[in-house]
Design a protein. Structure first.
Length: 358
């Protein structure tokens, strides 16, 4: 087990794997290429639900709905309850790789809504998009996210592919002193994935081209006036990039940030190995789970992080699959007083691990 060290004192957290909770259903055409990377939430009925990414033939993804079955306080299986979101918009339907992928779901009590950030894989590749719900079953799209221009960065973030976005569950004070919703995301700086020979373009002041975690903000008052403002993100800040051996290739966000006594605990994935093309299945990479500790008042400040992974691919389910050697945490839920992390296993199955404070 790995311990997360806070610079001024020890803040230990561990992940202990419990097992596999969801595997592709035999004969289900929506799942022939895997079930993985779920969002989660507790529904109006008090039950915990997963919203997994379901992958059909040709790498076409949908977002499903499944009730978590709990035995003895431990999540052990799921009961499928259909499709929550399908790629039925033009900007979600690409050629050769398409759909709605990798949801993260935050309950925003301020709005009395679930907010889903997801990857809309359309004709030009992946974009971050939003949908909202009151019950986890019916979702209203707010559309693809738009980024305000920041002259200090000298860059238009709308030009770049973006993934791994997730909202904080409660408002914070933004860089301008305004009460805001904060959101993590991961821009991808290589424009050649969209237009050949464009190459890597970096914001002003950024010298490392590796994919890293950024934070942006949405004023609460703007959203109160018009819910669609939730999809307009501003005040962009670099948060954290690769720093340790298990994340030397890139890092990206994971589940909804968790309030802990010391601030915000953010589980993330770290990647090593060689990425051939960003939007194709990779066979020469390793994904592991790490953690950041962010300041409770100003989450743009990192006050701690793991130098070693909390969880890495070790079991047969994590080491073998569509993309081997992957653990990819995307959801956290409290069940009978215990925190459980749900994660993708080799882009093929879904596992569960217990999150403990040591």
């Amino acid at each position: 087990m790995t311990v997360l060290q806070k610079p001024l004192g020890t803040v230990p957290y561990t992940l202990t794997r419990i097992g596999v909770i969801m595997t592709p259903e035999e004969g289900n055409p929506f799942e022939v290429e895997g079930v993985l990377n779920p969002g989660s939430g507790r529904g109006p009925d008090g039950e915990v639900y997963l919203l997994p990414r379901l992958v059909a033939a040709g790498n076409v993804s949908r977002i499903g709905l499944a009730r978590v079955i709990v035995e003895g306080g431990v999540p052990v299986a799921v009961e499928r309850q259909g499709i929550a979101l399908a790629p039925d918009r033009s900007w979600e339907r690409g050629v050769g790789n398409a759909g709605v992928e990798d949801p993260r779901i935050t309950w925003l009590a301020e709005l009395d809504l679930f907010v889903m950030t997801y990857v809309a894989y359309g004709p030009l590749g992946p974009r971050t998009a939003l949908a909202v719900s009151t019950d986890l079953r019916e979702w209203d799209r707010l559309g693809p996210v738009l980024f305000t221009y920041d002259d200090a960065l000298d860059i238009d973030l709308n030009l770049f592919h973006n993934k791994d976005a997730v909202f904080f569950p409660e408002p914070v004070v933004g860089p301008d002193g305004v009460r805001s919703f904060a959101v993590l995301h991961r821009p991808m700086w290589d424009l050649s994935e969209t237009k050949a020979d464009q190459g890597i373009v970096l914001p002003a002041g950024i010298t490392d081209p590796r994919n890293s975690i950024w934070i942006s903000y949405v004023p609460v008052d703007a959203v109160a006036r018009d819910l669609s403002a939730l999809a307009l993100w501003g005040q962009h800040r670099f948060l954290a990039g690769p720093a340790h051996d298990f994340e030397v290739t890139k890092i990206g966000g994971g589940p909804v940030p968790l309030r802990v006594p010391e601030g915000w605990l953010v589980l993330h994935h770290g990647v090593t190995g060689r990425i051939e093309r960003a939007f194709e299945h990779q066979q020469n990479v390793h994904y592991a789970a790490g953690a950041l500790l962010l300041d409770g008042d100003d989450p743009s400040i990192v006050i701690g992080r793991t130098a070693e992974p909390l969880l890495q691919a070790e079991t047969v389910h994590e080491r073998g699959g569509i993309v081997p050697n992957v653990v990819f945490p995307t959801a956290i839920e409290e069940i009978e007083g215990v925190l459980y992390v749900f994660y993708g296993m080799a882009d093929s199955k879904i596992g569960v691990a217990r999150l403990d404070r040591a």
